[in-house]
Design a protein around this ligand. Structure first.
Ligand code: ADQ
Length: 497
């Protein structure tokens, strides 16, 4: 494993994210609270780094008992059983959550960056709240930086904080600030759907960073194009991937995120997991029947209706393929405060019921829906049991499900059908690439996957597993922190005459 602490020996890491790594929630009995650690790749990867480097994590205090535990500044030592680092909670009221989080972040920036503009909605009130909350976060980070006796670096996560870097830069001019953008960055013609003045403000906000990390080069190039078009006082160097802006240099680059590969392999190899594989295959893949799997948050970017349509078309056009395979859909509800997400969930459930009614028999369920969040060790067993995994995102910054499936394919029997509009498609070599909008191409890919020989499956999966082993979440962390400290070093070097 890459030792990321080597980069932070004399530098305090102040991490900023919307979600917190530990949430205190009220227990069943009055006065009691319990701690929850939200599932997800980012917390899993960054919590050990924070534990070892004793930094500070600044995040929204979203638990209903969070205030009872924190001090007057919102600070609390975590993990609760073994205090290693500081969690600084930023408080949001209902109007903040509606405007900043559901509003500008999830109803404006999210659909815009994912280029699904039919879902894009801009309200001035959302924008104003987003600004206010970004400013509040910047104040919290600046205060944490001031408490440091030595050097510090602020590392901001994602599209919730496009304005915080500029605010923070004004408060702490010499602080090293960088940001990882988890989702795509759109081309200029899409970004300019934000009102005049707003898209420029988003770009100027981001230019408060010293380094901006994107998933793949194309998103970095889109960002540079947008800056060139909309920020006249900035000078873009496409070759070096830098922007000269307000007497500073902002670097951008591609740093594809990954997963804790070893952890997934370990979960998939466990005896529990093997037992689960046997049960699942007995139930859904007896004889020569095959088993497919899909895992997503129910989000309009994931192409879930498109996937159901492709399966339905396949069973309609090729009756001989009915009863030959079943699909497990592990779909967890997401952003349920937004009407578009509720409507999508209803639509997905109804379409699955309709498909099952149309083709199902007493012995065969075409699509098995698990409509909830499933623990990652259970997920590892499902990935291992499958013969096919479909990732059909209409757009996706990276898509970690594709990597999790590859990691858990210990027996190398599975085929990965992967949308070419994911960041993963540009990294993983060995998947069957699809365009989820092209119904016939999608159907043909599922047909080819079903018919693929065991040797060909093994050959492809083996190649993907080898690549993945060389590109884990720790490699990602190491390359980002390595680049950040390299730039920091150049900034502090004395200028020679
Ligand atoms: P997401 O849009 O959430 O992430 P993805 O990368 O696929 O997309 O990550 C989803 C994670 O949630 C995976 O770890 C997956 O296992 C888990 N998950 C999904 N459905 C689940 C379920 N039903 N039960 C349990 N776990 C489930 C954003 C960007 C992506 C980018 C990541 C990381 O949109 O493009 O890859 O951040 O940068």
């Amino acid at each position: 494993m890459v030792d990321v602490t080597q980069y932070l020996q004399d530098c305090k890491l102040i991490l900023v994210s919307n979600r917190e790594p530990y949430e205190h929630v009220r227990g069943a009995r009055e006065g009691e609270s319990e701690v929850k650690q939200p599932a997800g790749g980012l917390v899993t990867a960054l919590d050990p780094t924070m534990r070892r480097t004793h930094g500070t994590w600044v995040a929204w205090g979203s638990g209903n008992a969070d205030r009872d535990i924190a001090d007057e500044l919102g600070r609390v030592a975590v993990p609760p059983d073994e205090a290693c680092y500081t969690l600084r909670r930023v408080w949001l009221d209902e109007a903040d959550i509606n405007g900043y989080y559901h509003g500008f972040a999830n109803s404006a920036l999210w659909p815009l960056c994912l280029m699904l503009i039919q879902h894009f909605e801009f309200r001035t009130e959302y924008w104003e709240r987003y600004r206010t909350v970004n400013l509040r976060f910047a104040h919290a980070v600046a205060d944490e930086a001031e408490r440091c006796t030595g050097r510090a670096m602020a590392w901001i996560q994602d599209y919730h904080f496009a304005l915080a870097p500029e605010f923070l830069r004004a408060m702490q001019p010499s602080l090293f600030i960088h940001q990882f953008w988890h989702i795509p960055f759109p081309p200029a013609d899409i970004l300019r759907l934000l009102p005049i003045g707003i898209h420029e403000a988003v770009l100027r906000g981001l230019l408060g960073n010293d380094l901006i990390e994107f998933q793949i080069d194309r998103y970095a190039a889109n960002f540079l194009d947008c800056v060139e078009k909309f920020i006249p006082e900035a000078h873009v160097d496409h070759g070096r991937q830098t922007v000269s802006f307000r007497n500073r240099t902002v670097s951008v680059g591609a740093f594809p995120i990954s997963i804790d590969v070893e952890h997934f392999i370990k979960m998939a190899s466990s005896s529990d997991s093997l037992a689960r594989v046997t049960t699942l295959r007995d139930r859904y893949a007896r004889g020569d029947r095959q088993l497919g799997v899909c895992v997503d948050r129910i989000d309009y970017t994931k192409g879930i209706p498109e996937r159901i349509r492709a399966l339905d078309t396949l069973w309609e056009e090729s009756p001989e393929l009915r009863e030959r395979f079943s699909f497990i859909f592990v779909c967890t509800p997401s952003r349920t405060d937004l009407p578009a997400y509720n409507a999508l969930e209803r639509d997905v459930i109804q379409s699955i019921i309709a498909t099952n009614t149309k083709y199902g028999t007493s012995d065969w369920t075409p699509i098995v829906l698990i409509n909830e969040n499933v623990d990652s060790d259970l997920l590892a067993g499902v990935y291992r049991a499958a013969d096919i995994c479909i990732v059909s995102s209409l757009q996706d910054g990276m898509n970690l499900v594709a990597k999790e499936f590859v990691a858990c394919q210990i027996d190398e029997r599975g085929v990965l059908i992967l949308s070419r509009f994911t960041g993963s498609a540009e990294e993983i070599d060995g998947a069957m690439l699809i365009n989820p909008f092209n119904v016939d191409g999608f159907v043909a890919a599922i047909r080819t996957a079903l018919e693929m020989s065991p040797e060909e499956r093994k050959r492809r999966m083996h190649r993907m597993r080898r690549q993945l082993n060389n590109s884990t979440i720790f490699d990602w962390l190491g390359s980002i922190l390595g680049r950040a400290t390299e730039i920091m070093g150049m900034q502090t070097q004395p200028v020679t005459a």
